[in-house]
Design a binder for this molecule. Sequence first.
Ligand code: GLN
Length: 485
Amino acid sequence: MNYLSLSLVELHNLIVSGKVTPEQLVKDSLELARKDNNNAFEYICEKEAIEEVKNLDPKLKDSIFYGIPIVIKDNFSTKDIPTTGSSNILKGYIPLFSSEVALRLKKAGAILIGKTTLDELAMGGSGTTGHLGTTFNPWDPTHQHLIGGSSCGSAAAISGGIVPFAVGSDTGDSVRKPANNAGLVGFKPTWGRISRYGLFPFATSLDHVAYFNRTVEDAALTLNVLAGRDEKDASSSLVPVVDFVKNINDSIKGKKIAVIKEIVDSINNKTIIDAFNKSINMLRDNGAIVDEVSVDIKLLKAIYPTYIIISCAEATSNNANLDGIKFGNRIEGDSFEQVMINTRNNGFSELIKRRFVIGSFSLLSENANELFIRAQKCRRLIVDAFNKVFENYDAIYCPASPSAAPLMDSVSDTLSNEYLIADNYLAYGNMGGFPSITLPIGFENGLPFGANLTAKPFDESNLLKIANSLEKATGLSSLVAGKEK
Ligand code: GLN
């Protein structure tokens, strides 16, 4: 049996009862990582993991992560372990400190098996733009379908059965979208809920620590480990942390859920709509009140362009430190300026440069009013519109994507509502800092697809309760590639 395909809870019970040892799990996980043919890994922690599991403190035995092999996206700093952001500009970079997320997981007894591939510096959604090339979707052994990104390697490692838990980051939808394509639970808690210390910043006002699990219960247990103020990250929140698992099985009777009509209407795929409608009935059967609610379509169409301007502007400024002077893959030159020019020209791919051009152009004083400031105002209107929905509803529920995993070379009509709304609306969760979770609701031609639930800031408990109730009703949990339920 491949224990690594189990949920955290199941695996933890086996470890505690002595049916499987952390040493064995780590050995098996490393072997599967070595055999991975989906390009999920930037670095496999061969020696480090073996060493760590040897020194595992038995006092941690009650921790859900005790002896559990995990992976972390390669844009989280890990001390003494190469961290590249899947970009040539950081080739060979070995951080001197660990991200808070990596530290908390280690303190909880998790064993880091590897650092995973991403779209370069987390800027992308296809899982094809990292410096190691395309990451493939384990659900399609013929490698014709995308897993999506930017947290592509983390999604591939967990859905491929290599680890039962994977860390990612989500600035626009980078965990919640690949979760759709890989049959996973993808969870982004509230902005500020989890420390971002040591996460390479892409767009600070939108960046969230996020992660993949196989069950909603696992997602809640993980939040218990990761949530909470960190003095090293001034943007981490002082809001008290509760036990997110305690009430997860409570009834959702009377919970009010809004389905946004314009988002659903922008989806053409009938299989997805049918499965989504069925899932609404399940929520109703479980006692929730589900209503169709309208949001101004102009605002929905503005989410993606607004996201692009704000995220590119912030990225331009955040990534100004990658200049080859202090660290990173330095290309020599006759002057400091020339070192920076050579390093940046050589280190960033065309796609990243394009984003920096968009960002710099939007920030130029002669353009800022028309672009950056306008995008900020637009963000306010978008967030206000969703906050208005939350005045009357506990959660918003919509399909996570207009399709299951797309084909490698699929092209979208970038001006269609399907692209502008259904394919890119999840960024509203980042704009408002709302907690947001994607979970599987169906299959099309052997490929899974999901739906998304989003709630008010810091209302993770309610969100997880609703998601858990839905997951129980669909029966679609613990999905691992190749085993359709
Ligand atoms: N796909 C989005 C982008 O291209 C989201 C990226 C992310 O969340 N990191 O920027």
